[in-house]
Design a protein. Structure first.
Length: 86
């Protein structure tokens, strides 16, 4: 499980499936930052990982958010496979 900070909004919501840097990630949760007093572009702070192996860990909160590896990308670098949960 990782934290992915996306600069800009590629149009994804919770349950999205994305590809970044050659790997597929499931978006467990997304928090929008910077709407009012933030940077010039909105930021999406996404908790991402593998849906099959990490969903239960996410649902039971068996991780420490501040200890997750953090990555950052521009919205243009994200390939959206599925925009949200079906």
């Amino acid at each position: 499980m990782k934290q992915l900070i996306i600069r800009g909004d590629p149009g994804i919501r919770k349950g999205a499936l994305i590809e970044y840097d050659g790997e597929e990630y499931f978006c467990f949760g997304i928090s929008r930052q910077g709407e009012w007093h933030g940077p010039d572009r909105v930021q999406l702070w996404c908790t991402v990982g593998e849906e099959e192996t990490e969903m239960e860990k996410y649902e039971r909160r068996e991780y420490v958010p501040m200890h997750l590896e953090t990555m950052s990308a521009d919205a243009e670098e994200i390939e959206v496979i599925r925009k949200r949960a079906a």
